[in-house]
Design a binder for this molecule. Structure first.
Ligand code: FES
Length: 70
């Protein structure tokens, strides 16, 4: 039972890490978070590094929310 719960949590964490926030470029939330930790502090820097936000732009708000959470 405990092992199953642990496996479920690991799958959930893996899914969260692979959550795509920019469908135009396939950029994951985890990738954006990593860039923020490394010092990317605005949308332009995230866009330059990943291409996210350079297509339809609908992911802009998601990236801005991540930037504001840091
Ligand atoms: S979803 Fe990111 S540019 Fe379209």
């Amino acid at each position: 039972m405990l092992k199953e719960k642990k496996l479920t949590m690991e799958k959930k964490q893996a899914a969260e890490q692979e959550k795509i926030i920019c469908s135009c470029t396939g950029t994951t939330e985890n990738k954006v978070k990593q860039l923020i930790v490394k010092g990317a502090n605005d949308l332009d820097k995230i866009a330059s590094a990943t291409g996210a936000s350079t297509g339809c732009g609908s992911c802009d708000i998601l990236i801005i929310e991540l930037l504001e959470k840091k």
